[in-house]
Structures are given as C-alpha cells and as structure tokens.
Design a binder for this molecule. Structure first.
Ligand SMILES: [Zn+2]
Length: 161
C-alpha cells in the first residue's frame, strides 16, 4: 500500500564537526556530503527505516549499518563509538542506524538475531558482519581495512629550483 509518508529521499540534519553548522542532506549514491558553510566533509550518520534503508545504503563511502534497539546495553556502548568514527572518517564512512524494534523486517532480512549487529557494506554488498559490541580499538581494526582508499592528493606542479 502506497503511503505519502514513505519519502524515498529522506533529509537528514548533519552537524559539521568543524564549524557546527547544521546541514540538510539527502542520501546520494555519489560522493560524500560537505558542509555548506566551511566546505569540510560532514560526519555522515543517519537513521533509516524500512522505507528509506535501500536508498540510504547506496552510498559511495563504506557503509556501516548499526542494527540496534534502545533497550540494548551493548548497543548504547557501541553507538557513541560509531558516532566518533563517523566524525573521524568523515567523507570515508557512512553510518546507517536502524532501530530493529521499529523495523523488524530489516532485522529479519539480515538475520540479526542478536544486537548490536553491524553490517559493513561496500557498493551495496555486505562485506563483513560484526555481531556484538566491540571496544573502539577493535572496531577500528575491523573497519579500517574496509574503508576505500583516499583519493590521491591533487598533484601540485613542481617548481624549478
Ligand atoms: Zn562546517
């Protein structure tokens, strides 16, 4: 049944870690969002539902889907770590949070029998699956190899000397 409330292009408010500006950002399969005020890459963390999930996970950077619930202690432990990583890896990581209590079809689709379950996705494919909370160093060690390489720095024409 079609519903007017299932907007396929949801807007998320992303706050710039550099200047604090609030940016209204729609999901995009290309690039990564940058602050409209200062131009720095924005920490990309959004909440998705069954209606918006497929469009939110189509993103150029590596995506971590956090299947969580408010009553889950380990989820509350790992949530702030993912927020930090979204800041530290702005432009290279997108975090998509899914409340499994409100979106049980997604929990079923990804067989998330215990939470937190984190799905690491690249180009729409699940490339790793992390079940249970990890401390930040372990999570970094697990996720960092899955990030895409940074773009090479722009070549600066060499001067003569
Ligand atoms: Zn900014």
């Amino acid at each position: 049944m079609a519903s007017a409330t299932t907007d396929p292009r949801p807007i998320s408010i992303l706050r710039c870690a550099n200047c604090g500006a609030a940016n209204r950002i729609a999901p995009s399969p290309r690039g990564a969002p940058h602050c409209g005020t200062c131009g720095k890459p924005l920490p990309w963390l959004v909440n998705a539902t069954e209606a918006t999930f497929d469009v939110e996970v189509r993103a150029a950077p590596t995506v971590v889907v956090d299947l969580w619930a408010p009553w889950c202690g380990p989820c509350r432990f790992v949530g702030p770590i993912l927020e930090e990583l979204a800041r530290d890896w702005a432009g290279r990581l997108k975090v998509v949070k899914v409340n499994v209590d409100e979106n049980q079809a997604l929990a079923l689709r990804y067989d998330a029998r215990s939470i937190p379950t984190m799905l690491v996705m690249r180009d729409g494919q699940v490339v790793d699956r992390i079940v249970g909370a990890l401390a930040r160093p372990q999570l970094v060690a697990r996720l960092e190899p899955k990030l895409k390489p940074r773009k090479p720095p722009a070549q600066v024409p060499g001067g003569t000397r």
